[in-house]
Ligand binder design. Sequence first.
Ligand SMILES: CC(C)(COP(=O)(O)OP(=O)(O)OC[C@H]1O[C@@H](n2cnc3c(N)ncnc32)[C@H](O)[C@@H]1OP(=O)(O)O)[C@@H](O)C(=O)NCCC(=O)NCCS
Length: 341
Amino acid sequence: MRPPRLKTARLLLREFRPEDVAPHAEAALDEEAQRFLGGVKTPYESFAGLATHAGHWALRGYGGWIVERREDGAFLGRVGLFHPEGWPGVEVGWKLARPAWGKGYAPEAAAAAIGWAWTALDLPELISLIVADNANSQRVAQKLGEANTGPVETPFGTADRWLIRRPEGDAPWALRDATLDDAPRLALQLREAMERFRDFSPPGWPVPDHTTDDEVEALKDPNYRCVVAEPGGVLAGHVSWRPAVDALSGPDDPDTAYLGQLYVEPAWWGSPLATKLMDIAIARAGADGFQRMHLVTPAAQGRARRFYERCGWRTVAPPVDDARFGMPTIAYARDLDRVGG
Ligand SMILES: CC(C)(COP(=O)(O)OP(=O)(O)OC[C@H]1O[C@@H](n2cnc3c(N)ncnc32)[C@H](O)[C@@H]1OP(=O)(O)O)[C@@H](O)C(=O)NCCC(=O)NCCS
């Protein structure tokens, strides 16, 4: 399994790459940074460590990420989940190269990893193993809301076991109405989603543009609804709907709402997020008095179509050649009398 990408305000948590070997080895030679990690490491030992974190995904289905600064692509270090044999629990850990310290990057990256663990993996708790003198790391643990449960024996010696439990119910999903501040990220998420349509689009298909201004305009419309999920500060997905009479396509029926976007980042594919967002749209549109909901999706988008059909949507007509979209699309509809599939 390949590490799924997570994007925070300033950071990208991404997969391991060949070009990470050198900066990882350089950081492992820094005495100060290695003080609480068993001392400096040779390039050979650093490589073995990096390979352990990369391979952890294959063996456990989760693991660590390289932390990259989005602004300039700089390598900052490593963060993520770790549970080798003999470890006293699933750990969330962090290790940044010294120039990256003191900017709150470790808490930002670790919060994203923790949010993903609660929502995509449904883990009930995480630990961090921190040696007693490592004040910087203790601060990170405190900022994340972890509590020190005292010393435990680990394969590398004695360390304090810091603990954090999954918040109850849907809290880790951080579901909320979108605000104007979300416009740049929503526009980007939509463009990236459209980019993925290339997998099944005709050759030379132009990706439709969707700018921040387009998104701002939509969010300012009092009839437009948009709900986002932001576990650990990562925009995991969003759903939006509006009256069908205001939409560019769909029926001209005042009792019908039009589902414009339902999008979930690949890191959450297979999780309950898509169903959660769909259920919110259905329940809220129903509460607003709409009788039916309508949507249009590319006819070749099998995964989305199977999802909609599982959730009780029915096709309303055979696929049509959609000149506006540049590929065949298909329309679905459903009544709003019940929630879920
Ligand atoms: C632990 C570590 C990841 C902290 O990351 P970070 O992104 O600097 O985290 P923060 O910016 O939130 O800083 C945490 C604390 O570190 C201290 N700190 C920050 N910058 C520092 C610097 N340049 N030099 C020394 N200490 C510094 C501060 O006490 C800070 O707490 P504060 O924000 O309340 O002042 C980083 O120090 C590190 O990689 N250390 C070496 C590896 C390690 O020990 N990993 C943890 C193993 S359990």
